[in-house]
Design a protein around this ligand. Structure first.
Ligand code: NAD
Length: 382
């Protein structure tokens, strides 16, 4: 079966859905792998490495997709009027498309995919179960985003993270505060600790408190009946009431004024990110402090974040509001993303037919399938 990997054309996307390593393994499964020329360039994977791994380098998207029964992408293919080419129209009827298609937020996209008869799996919808861990693109990408956020925060900070005792005197350790202790936040805590900062963190889910402490950070937060029930059955945080957020803000306000680095990672599924850092909190921070907002794709946790931009406030606080944080560490992010997709395909690979077989009664398959046989089938899109 021919498997195509396209170049990512959406603005700011630097990752690629297969690496030379996974291209080789996909070929070993029985796929003939076609990589669109330049697909891995922005992530540091030149065409030659794919060719060395046995892949065909196709000159353009149309050539890569010609006859392809499987298409791997990071982001959704461009549809009509979305960019330089209409990638979706080039994908064959009956082909299987796998990527982070963000279909729930874009139901018209799901309808467009169904209308061309493409069966699509939107990997960000994978249930967060133990069995799914090795295919979990949200976790693999959030992990790297959390790491990268601290490293970029440290680079923008013109003091030191660890306490430095020198003959010329002592530089104190930086105070780092991580807001949201999910996958990205826990990695941010670990990274800031490795760099030598004094680390504290907050979250609303009760389970997060122990996880924060187990990484050697101190917990800062407000707890009440509402926070004790703040976790959904899927493991995510619920949207908290304005009353709770006001109490939480009181606790955070006193703490944040003493922080040098604040890393914002708090998200609530399907909603705008909660505002946890108000304008007044930013105004209370010392000049030279850094806010790294990796919730910026969902609007940001800081009231002053401008998604996609770096801003410096009147009191000298720098806010890194970049979007697509995994794309800022594209080589490693692609390596993990590509392995997630490879594992998904391997798990559901029919060796005899040399083709994917996606059982409709499998919880992972049901979770990610958005279109099948020309229809939109995901319950979230009903
Ligand atoms: P996420 O990206 O949806 O949110 C990031 C964090 O922000 C979460 O910890 C959330 O509780 C927190 N948050 C939301 N509102 C907040 C507020 N007002 N103040 C402070 N923090 C707030 O979360 P995620 O990283 O995708 O993780 C979600 C859950 O899934 C976690 O419990 C995680 O451990 C779990 N998970 C499980 C598996 C598995 O294999 N079982 C895999 C991955 C993740």
């Amino acid at each position: 079966m021919r498997l195509a990997v396209l170049k990512e054309r959406r603005a700011g996307e630097t990752r690629v859905a297969a690496t030379p390593e996974t291209a080789k393994k996909l070929a070993a499964l029985g796929c003939s792998v076609a990589i669109e020329a330049g697909a891995g360039a922005a992530a540091g994977y030149p065409d030659q490495l794919y060719a060395d791994a046995g892949a065909e380098i196709a000159p353009d998207a149309e050539a890569a997709l010609f006859g392809a029964g499987i298409v791997l992408k990071v982001r959704a293919p461009l549809g009509t009027g979305e960019g330089e080419i209409d990638e979706l129209s080039l994908i064959h009827r009956g082909a299987l498309l796998i990527g982070t298609l963000e279909a729930i937020a874009n139901p018209e996209r799901a309808r467009a995919i169904a209308s061309v008869g493409v069966d699509a799996c939107s990997m960000e919808l994978l249930p967060r179960t133990t069995r799914a861990q090795s295919m979990d693109v949200l976790s693999s990408q959030a992990n790297l985003a959390g790491y990268r956020a601290v490293v970029e925060g440290a680079a923008a900070f013109d003091r030191a993270f660890p306490m430095l005792m020198t003959a010329a005197g002592t530089i104190p350790a930086a105070n780092a505060f991580i807001m949201g202790a999910g996958v990205a936040g826990l990695q941010a805590i670990a990274t800031a600790r490795r760099l030598g900062a004094r680390v504290s963190a907050t979250d609303v889910r009760p389970a997060a408190k122990e996880e924060i402490k187990s990484l050697g950070a101190s917990y800062v937060g407000y707890e009440d009946e509402e926070s004790r029930a703040a976790q959904t059955s899927g493991g995510y945080a619920k949207a908290m009431s304005p009353e709770f957020l006001a109490k939480q803000a009181e606790v955070v306000a006193a703490h944040i004024a003493k922080q040098d680095i604040v890393v914002c990672t708090a998200l609530v599924q399907g909603r705008r990110a909660p505002i946890l850092v108000t304008e007044a909190m930013v105004a209370s921070m010392k000049p030279g402090s850094i806010i790294v907002d990796i919730a910026s794709d969902a609007g940001g946790n800081c009231a002053l974040t401008r998604p996609g931009e770096v801003t410096v406030t009147a009191n000298g606080v720098t806010i890194l509001g970049h979007t697509n944080w995994p794309g800022r560490i594209a080589n490693a992010a692609s390596a993990l993303y590509a392995r997630n997709l490879l594992t998904f395909l391997t798990t559901f690979w029919d060796k005899e037919a040399q083709a994917p077989k996606l059982p409709e009664d499998d919880d992972l398959v049901r979770g990610v399938t958005i279109t099948r046989n020309g229809a939109v089938v995901h319950p979230g899109l009903a």
